[in-house]
Write a protein that binds this ligand. Structure first.
Ligand SMILES: Nc1ncnc2c1ncn2[C@@H]1O[C@H](COP(=O)(O)OP(=O)(O)OP(=O)(O)O)[C@@H](O)[C@H]1O
Length: 574
C-alpha cells in the first residue's frame, strides 16, 4: 500500500513545527522527508487547557525557566563559587511578593479546590504553593533547587504540592494522581532533601521499587538529574544506583560495598535475589517507595512486595505508595501495611488524564482492526509517534510482521526481547528514529515518552486500570493526546469498564454507550477474573482466496504423498 511508503523513511522531526499542521499523508507522498508535528510542537488544544487541567502551567514555566537559565549562565562566567552561592540565594528571595505561599488552611483549601485534590488523614500538613514555599518552610537545599531550575522544573504540580511536604514531615503516603502529572518528582524531591539534611549518615537510605526495568531506569535517570554534582559531608557524592545485573554481580562479589549507595532503584525480583544472597542490607533503609504501587501489590508481585517490606526492618521506616490507579481492594491492603498514612487523591481515582481525547472504534472482527489502522493512516489520524498495545506477545509479534510487511517504520517490544534490544528500541523511539512502537502491557505503566500523539489499543485492555495506564502514555506533562480503542463483537463485556473510565474522565459518551456500559454483577465478576474476552482470532490480512489456494495446494500435496505411500505398499506386497 502506497501510503505506508511515506511512513517508512525514518522520522524527520522538524523541531518545532509551528504550523501545527497534521500530516496529510497523501499530499506528502512524493517528498523525501515530511515534517510531522513532533515532540517539540505545541500540541493542539494546549492553549485551551483550563488552569485546573494545566498541571504544568506551561507558558509561565517555560518562560521562567529560560530566564533562570540565562541568569545562571551569566553568573557562571562572572563569579567565583562563593559569589555564585550568594546570587542563588537572592534569586530565590527576589521573586518575593508574587509567589504562591500557602500559610493557612484557607489557602490550602483554595489551592486543593483548584486542582480537585482530596487529602485525608491525621494532622495533615499544609501543601506548598511553589518550590520557593519549599525553601522558606523546609529549607530546601539550594543545590537541589538549582538542579530543579536547571531542568526547567520551576513550579510544583498538584501531586508535588501535596506529597512533598507530607514526605518531609516523615508521613506514610498513599497517593493517586493522573498519569503524566509528575508523581516521580513528588517522591524524588523529598527523598533527596532528606538525604541532604542527614548528610553525615552513611549507607542505603532510600529504596525505590518499580515493576519494570524500563521504568526503574527512567526513575534512575530523573533521580540522577536532580542529584547531579551534589556532594555530601567529606566531599562524598550523593550516590544513586540502578540495581542492574552488573551492579548485582559487583555487590555479590564484594567488588563494591552496599554502604556506598544512598538511593537504590530496582525491580522486585532482582532486589530479592540480592538480599537473599546477603549482598545488600536493607535494615537501614528509611524511605521505601513503591511506584505503580497497585501493580506491586496485585497478585503478580504481592509476595515479592511482602518480602521487601519485611527486609526493610528499620522501625522508623517511612513508606510511600504512588500510582495513577488504586482500586479499593488494593487500597485496603496498602493502608494495612502503612503507619497512620495520609491519603492524597488528585482528580478522580478511576479516571484517565483529562488531557486525552478518548475514542472507541468498532471493527466488527479481527480483520476489521487492520483495516481500521490503514484507514487511520489514510485519513491522517495516525500521527507519529504512535504506540500500539496488544494483549499478548504472540499477537504483538503478529501485528509487527503484518505492519512490517506493509513497510511501516515500526518495531516491537515484549518480554521475549532481550534487554539490549528493548533499550535500543526505546532509544530509537525517543529520538524520533522510530515512528510506531508495538508493545504488550510491559510498557503500559510509567514510561514517559514525550510527545506521543496517539495510543491505539489494538486489543481492549483487560481492566479499567490497564486502560488508564496504557492511554496515559500520551497527554503527559500538560500536553494533549489521543487514544483510540478498537473493539469487536468479542469485546461486548470488556469494553464496558472502558466506557465507564471515559465517563469519569469527562469524555464525550453517546447515549447508547451510557446505557450499554451498565454492568451486571456477573459481568463485573468476569472482568475481575479477566474472563471478559473470548480467545481472539489470529492477526492476518492474507486474503481469503490466497488462504484457500494455499489450503488446496497443501491438500493436493498430502493426497499425492498418500497415493505414493499406497503404491509403495502395494509394490512391496507383490
Ligand atoms: N514540576 C514540574 N514541572 C514541569 N514538568 C514536570 C514537573 N514535574 C514533572 N514534570 C514532567 O512531567 C512528565 C511526567 O512526569 P512523571 O513521569 O513523573 O508522571 P507520572 O505522574 O509518574 O506518570 P505515570 O502515572 O504515567 O507514571 C515528565 O516528563 C516530567 O519530567
Amino acid at each position: 500500500m502506497d501510503v505506508f511508503r511515506v511512513l517508512t523513511r525514518g522520522a524527520y522531526l522538524k523541531k518545532p513545527s509551528t504550523s501545527g499542521r497534521s500530516i496529510d499523508v497523501s499530499k506528502n507522498m512524493d517528498r523525501e522527508a515530511i515534517s510531522v508535528p513532533g515532540n517539540a510542537r505545541k500540541p493542539d488544544g494546549e492553549e485551551n487547557l483550563t488552569r485546573e487541567l494545566d498541571f504544568f502551567r506551561n507558558k509561565r514555566t517555560i518562560h521562567k525557566a529560560e530566564k533562570k537559565q540565562e541568569e545562571l549562565h551569566a553568573q557562571d562566567d562572572a563569579m567565583n563559587e562563593e559569589k555564585d552561592e550568594e546570587e542563588n540565594d537572592s534569586r530565590v528571595e527576589d521573586k518575593g511578593a508574587n509567589l504562591l505561599k500557602i500559610s493557612n488552611t484557607d489557602d490550602a483549601l483554595q489551592l486543593r479546590k483548584s486542582y480537585r485534590g482530596n487529602v485525608s488523614g491525621h494532622d495533615v500538613p499544609l501543601p506548598i504553593g511553589s518550590f520557593e514555599d519549599l525553601v522558606s518552610r523546609f529549607k530546601l537545599d539550594r543545590r537541589l533547587l538549582n538542579n530543579l531550575i536547571d531542568n526547567h522544573f520551576t513550579e510544583p504540580t498538584p501531586i508535588q504540592c501535596e506529597a512533598i511536604p507530607l514526605a518531609l514531615h516523615e508521613r506514610d503516603i498513599l497517593a493517586c494522581a493522573p498519569t503524566g502529572s509528575g508523581k516521580t518528582l513528588a517522591f524524588i524531591i523529598p527523598l533527596l532533601q532528606q538525604i541532604l539534611t542527614n548528610e553525615h549518615r552513611e549507607g542505603l537510605q532510600g529504596l525505590i521499587v518499580s515493576p519494570t526495568k524500563e521504568l526503574a531506569s527512567q526513575i534512575f535517570a530523573e533521580c540522577s538529574k536532580l542529584s547531579h554534582k551534589i556532594l555530601l559531608a567529606k566531599k562524598r557524592p550523593l550516590t544513586v544506583a540502578l540495581l542492574s545485573k552488573s551492579l548485582s554481580a559487583k555487590l555479590r562479589n564484594k567488588v563494591v560495598s552496599d554502604k556506598k549507595y544512598d538511593i537504590i532503584i530496582t525491580t522486585p525480583l532482582r532486589l530479592i535475589d540480592i538480599v537473599k544472597q546477603e549482598a545488600l542490607d536493607l535494615s537501614n533503609v528509611k524511605h521505601l517507595i513503591f511506584d505503580e504501587a497497585d501493580k506491586l501489590l496485585d497478585k503478580t508481585f504481592v509476595e515479592q512486595a511482602d518480602s521487601i517490606l519485611s527486609s526493610c526492618s528499620n522501625p522508623q521506616l517511612r513508606r510511600s505508595m504512588f500510582s495513577a490507579t488504586i482500586p479499593s481492594g488494593i487500597e485496603s491492603m496498602a493502608q494495612s501495611i502503612m503507619h497512620d498514612p495520609v491519603r492524597v487523591i488528585i482528580g478522580h481515582k478511576e479516571a484517565a488524564n483529562s488531557n486525552i481525547e478518548q475514542k472507541l472504534v468498532f471493527c466488527g472482527n479481527e480483520e476489521g482492526k487492520l483495516i481500521a489502522i490503514r484507514q487511520l493512516i489514510q485519513e491522517g489520524e495516525f500521527r507519529p509517534p504512535v504506540i500500539i498495545f496488544l494483549e499478548s506477545i504472540s499477537r504483538a509479534k503478529a501485528l509487527f510482521h503484518e505492519l512490517l510487511y506493509d513497510n511501516l517504520n515500526v518495531d516491537v517490544i515484549h518480554a521475549e526481547r532481550t534487554q539490549v534490544q528493548r533499550d535500543k528500541i526505546i532509544e530509537r523511539f525517543r529520538s524520533g528514529d522510530l515512528w510506531c512502537l508495538i508493545c504488550t502491557d510491559v510498557l503500559a505503566r510509567g514510561i514517559d515518552f514525550k510527545g506521543i500523539n496517539l495510543v491505539i489499543n489494538y486489543d481492549v485492555p483487560a481492566s479499567a486500570q490497564a486502560y488508564v495506564h496504557r492511554i496515559g502514555r500520551t497527554g503527559r506533562g500538560g500536553r494533549s493526546g489521543k487514544a483510540i480503542t478498537f473493539y469487536t463483537k468479542q469485546d461486548v463485556i470488556g469494553v464496558k469498564p472502558i466506557i465507564n473510565v471515559m465517563k469519569q474522565s469527562g469524555s464525550e459518551v453517546s447515549p447508547w454507550m451510557e446505557t450499554f456500559s451498565k454492568m451486571s454483577k456477573k459481568e463485573k465478576e468476569m472482568v475481575k477474573k479477566g474472563k471478559a474476552h473470548q480467545e481472539r482470532k489470529h492477526i492476518s490480512t492474507v486474503p481469503r482466496v490466497v488462504k484457500q489456494k494455499k489450503r488446496q495446494r497443501r491438500e493436493m500435496l498430502d493426497a499425492s504423498k498418500r497415493r505414493k505411500q499406497h503404491n509403495q505398499i502395494e509394490d512391496e506386497e507383490i
